[in-house]
Structure formats: C-alpha cells, structure tokens
Design a protein around this ligand. Structure first.
Ligand code: DGY
Length: 337
C-alpha cells in the first residue's frame, strides 16, 4: 500500500492510529506511550486505506473526514476506541461501531464559544456583505463609492434572529445576539427550560413561523436522517426575500443546489456557509454567486480550541485504553465498568 503513514516501531507499546495531522507536541507525547501510526502529511484516506490503517490498532484518533462504519471496521478486531476530534459525529455509524464493541467519543464543550463566535461572525459578514465589499475594494471600485451604490447590507441590531438547533452552540449565538439588541426566536427538538430560555432571551416557535418571520436564520442542529435537506426550495420560499441563511451545522442539512438557485433568483438576500454537501467539494453554482459567503468548515478553528479538541480526544483515547470511561463517550453501552 502506498501509505503516507509513519510507523515507529516499539514492540511493547500498544498501537494507535492518528488519522489526521495533529499538533507535533501532542503527537510526541502520544509516542511516549504508544506505537503511533501517524498521518502528519494529512492525506485523506480512501475507505480501503482506512480499513487497512485501522487493522491492528487498539485506538484511533479521527476527524470528520474518516467515515467509521462496518466497512471501515472489517479488520479492526483489536480496536477499543475511535475518538473523534470533533463534536459532531455524523461520520460515525454509531450502531455499527457499538455492534463491533468499540467505544466512540467526541469533543463537546471545548469548542462551544469559539463556534458561536464564528457563527456570529459569519452572520455579520453575510448580512453586511463584508467579503463582497472587500473584493470590491481589491478590484479598484472604491472610486465608484456613492450613497446608494455601495454594497448595502441588512441590519443585525433590532432584527429577529431565528436559531434552529438550540444546543450549547445555538444558545451561545442567542446570547451574542442579545448584545446586539436582537429579538431571538428558536426551534429545536425540545423546548429549553424556562431558565435557559430566559438566559438566552429566546422564544420557542414552530419551524414554519421561524422561517417566515426571522430576518436571519442560523442553522446549528446536528445532522441526522431527519435533518437531511431540512432546508430546501420549499423552506427557502417561506423566508423573507430580505433574509439571510447561515449554516454552521453540517453539510446536507441544506439542499445546496436549491439554495444556489434561490440565491441566483434573489429569493433571499444572502447566505453564509461554513459547511457543504459533500465537502470539501462546493456546489459549483455557489462559487459563482456574490451573495454568499463561503468558509471551509472553520467554525472551531482557533489554535486554542483546536488544541483543546485534540487534548480531549486524546483524553478519551487514553481513558478507554486504561480501562476507564472516556470523558465524552457517545455509546456508553459498550463501556464495561
Ligand atoms: C465539530 O466539532 O463538529 C466541528 O464542526 C468541527 O470543526
């Protein structure tokens, strides 16, 4: 196999896989305890390669680019834990991982505020057309400045933000919106407690009411079969023509082809997207539109937070291999005390 991995031999140490590049100091520390198959070149494994890389290891640090399902686990008889460096785990087929007797873990909490910051930044960039305006300056159009001919945006202050998915990150965005004097409505599988609603200044509404009345719609829910294409042509048609749509949740929740078509026809004002269907590919029509802000899945990407995510994933892996319960175990049925 033409692999980019680097195996450092040591007979006594248990073998682990680090499927994506991590901070060198974190890798060096792991190498003190484990024989590490690492991928510091950061090449994305094909499903066949991943299957081989998982063979013979007792633990694996992976990310969203690694689909862990029955096929990936076919030769992974020694595997005890797959630790995702990500809070979202739609790359995991949890029933298949559980059926294989493997623990699965993710990285909640450590990225909440960083991701909420980014969601708000993307909302501001989209509503106020910041990237478009920057291109305008770079293209030498500033001499065309006029009161009516600048990239004119939409206000955030005193507007209504509708948040779909009111977990930790959604609540973080709501609290930021309060600081901007925004009216906050939300839709979620369940209502928040009265105390949490009060802390966020948020009011529960139906999805339909949210889409119809929000000036800015922010998607923060997790991906599931239920949320697949939850926002398509029909839902966009309900939104205000002046509204913005922000997706920091997962690709596949929005029907990107339908969104591109709606943006082309100015059915809504603009969109801000950090996640895409089939990323790292981006729907080609989106690339040609000026009323969309595109980001490469960077909501959690600050150095401090990425280090914290890697550290938590390593804590999960070490705990499982020490016979302890990983701090953020997803499938507790597999853990035997
Ligand atoms: C997550 O942790 O789920 C993020 O989307 C990864 O940056």
């Amino acid at each position: 196999m033409n692999t980019t991995t680097n195996t450092r031999a040591s007979n006594q140490k248990p073998k682990i896989l680090v499927a994506r590049a991590i901070f060198p100091e974190a890798l060096a520390k792991l190498e003190e305890s484990f024989e590490v198959r690492s991928n510091q070149e950061d090449r994305i494994f094909s499903p066949e390669e991943l299957q081989k890389e998982l063979s013979g290891v007792v633990g694996a640090l992976v990310a969203g680019s690694e689909r862990i399902d029955a096929n990936a686990l076919v030769n992974a008889q020694d595997l005890k834990i797959v630790a995702n460096i990500s809070v979202g785990y739609n790359n995991f087929d949890v029933p298949a991982i559980t059926a294989a007797g493997v623990m699965a873990a993710n990285t909640p909490d450590v990225l909440t505020d960083t991701t909420a910051d980014f969601g708000f930044a993307l909302l501001m960039a989209t509503a106020r057309r910041i990237t478009e305006a920057e291109h305008w300056v770079r293209a030498g159009h500033w001499d065309k400045w006029s009161i009516v001919n600048n990239p004119l945006g939409m206000d955030l202050h005193h507007s209504t933000v509708g948040i779909i998915g009111m977990g930790r990150i959604g609540q973080g965005i709501a609290k930021r919106a309060l600081g901007f004097g925004m009216n906050v409505i939300y839709h979620n599988r369940s209502h928040l407690s009265d105390g949490d609603e009060k802390a966020c200044g948020a009011r529960y509404v139906s999805k339909e009411e949210l889409l119809r009345t929000a000036d800015h719609v922010v998607l923060v829910m997790s991906y599931s079969a239920e949320s697949h294409h939850m926002i398509g042509a029909k839902e966009i048609a309900i939104m205000k023509s002046t509204a913005t749509l922000i997706n920091i949740a997962r690709g596949g929740i929005v029907d990107d082809a339908a969104l591109a078509q709606a943006l082309k026809e100015n059915k809504i004002f603009a969109a801000g997207l950090d996640v895409f269907e089939g990323e790292p590919k981006v729907h080609p029509d989106l690339l040609n539109l000026s009323n969309v802000v595109l980001a490469p899945h960077i909501a959690s990407a600050t150095e401090k937070t990425r280090r914290a995510m890697v550290a938590l994933a390593i804590d999960n892996l070490r705990a499982a291999l020490d016979g302890k319960k990983p701090p953020s175990l997803i499938n507790s049925a597999v853990y035997k005390d």
